[in-house]
Design a protein around this ligand. Structure first.
Ligand code: ADP
Length: 274
C-alpha cells in the first residue's frame, strides 16, 4: 500500500538504529493491518451467521401469527422457533467465547485443572444427546492428571470435541474419550465411529464457521465455531490439537496439553473403541 511504501523509503535514509525502529514500526503496522482484516472478516461472518436464525425466527413468528386458528400448525412452528432460538443462543455464546480467546488477555485465573474432572464434565454434557441416539460414551486411560490453565476453557474444548463426536456419529455407535500421559504432556483423545471427514476438507475444519456439510450441520444444530475454540484453547495453553479421520469410518481428535509437573499417573484399561 501507499502508506507502507512511503515508510519503507524513509527507512533507507535514516541511521541504523532509526531504521530498525522504523522497520519495527512497519512490521507492527502490517501486523495491525492483518489483525484488523481478521477482525473485519470475523464481524462479516458473524453478521451473516446471526442473520440466518434471526430471519428464521421472524418467519416462524409470522407463520404462528397467521396460523392462529390451526393449533397443530402453531405447535409445529413454535417448536421450530424453539430450535432456532436455541441455535441462536449457542451461536452467541460461542462467539463471545471465541472473541474472549482471541483477545490478548492473559488466562483468567490459571489454576490446576484436573483432567478427570474435565473429561467427566464433558461426557456429562453430551449424555442426553448420546442417549437419544443410543450412543455409548466410554472413558478410559490415566487418572489424576493435571494441567495448569483455565478449567472453563479446557472443559469447553473437550466438551466441543465430545459433542462433535456424538453429533457426527450414527445411532448405536460408541464414542471413546481417553486421557493418557505422554512424556510431559497429556493427550486427550476423542474417538468416534461416525461419518468421518473427507481428506480434502480436513485442513479447513478448524476455521471459524467452516463446516463440511452446511445442510447436515443445520440438523445437528452446530455453529461451525466449536473447533476454532478448541484450537484457540490449545494455543493459549501451549498445546495443540490434531485430527485423524477416515471418511465413513470415524474420526479421532487429540488435544495435547503440557502436563503440570505435579501430576501422577495410574494406568487403567486398554485403549480400544471396538
Ligand atoms: P460445528 O458446530 O458445525 O460442529 P465445528 O467447528 O465444531 O462446527 O466443526 C466444524 C466441522 O467439522 C463440522 O461442521 C463437521 O463438518 C466437521 N466435524 C467436526 N467434528 C467432527 C467429527 N467428530 N466427525 C465428523 N466431522 C466432524
Amino acid at each position: 500500500t501507499t502508506a507502507g511504501s512511503t515508510t519503507r523509503t524513509v527507512t533507507a535514509r535514516v541511521a541504523p538504529l532509526g531504521s530498525r525502529l522504523v522497520l519495527a514500526l512497519v512490521e507492527d503496522r502490517t501486523r495491525e493491518k492483518r489483525v484488523e482484516e481478521v477482525r473485519r472478516d470475523f464481524v462479516a461472518n458473524v453478521s451473516h451467521e446471526l442473520k440466518t436464525p434471526v430471519g428464521a425466527i421472524r418467519l416462524l413468528a409470522e407463520a404462528v401469527h397467521d396460523a392462529s386458528d390451526d393449533p397443530e400448525a402453531v405447535q409445529r412452528f413454535a417448536s421450530r422457533m424453539l430450535t432456532e432460538s436455541d441455535r441462536l443462543s449457542s451461536l452467541v455464546q460461542q462467539i463471545i467465547e471465541l472473541s474472549r480467546l482471541q483477545g490478548d488477555d492473559p488466562l483468567e485465573m490459571p489454576g490446576r485443572v484436573s483432567i478427570d474432572d474435565v473429561v467427566s464434565a464433558a461426557v456429562d454434557k453430551s449424555a442426553t444427546e448420546a442417549a437419544a441416539k443410543d450412543i455409548t460414551l466410554i472413558t478410559r486411560g490415566d487418572h489424576d492428571l493435571e494441567v495448569v490453565g483455565s478449567e472453563e476453557q479446557i472443559e469447553a474444548a473437550v466438551s466441543n470435541l465430545v459433542a462433535n463426536a456424538v453429533a457426527y456419529s450414527n445411532a448405536g455407535s460408541r464414542v471413546l474419550v481417553t486421557a493418557k500421559s505422554m512424556g510431559d504432556t497429556v493427550q486427550i483423545s476423542v474417538v468416534d465411529q461416525g461419518i468421518g471427514i473427507p481428506a480434502q476438507e480436513i485442513d479447513r475444519i478448524f476455521e471459524r464457521f467452516y463446516r463440511v456439510d452446511p445442510a447436515r450441520h443445520r440438523s445437528t444444530g452446530g455453529t461451525g465455531l466449536g473447533l476454532s475454540i478448541v484450537k484457540h484453547v490449545a494455543a493459549t495453553h501451549g498445546g495443540e490439537v490434531s485430527v485423524w479421520s477416515v471418511e465413513g469410518q470415524g474420526s479421532t481428535f487429540t488435544l495435547t496439553l503440557p502436563l503440570s509437573s505435579h501430576s501422577s499417573t495410574r494406568l487403567a484399561g486398554p485403549l480400544s473403541v471396538a
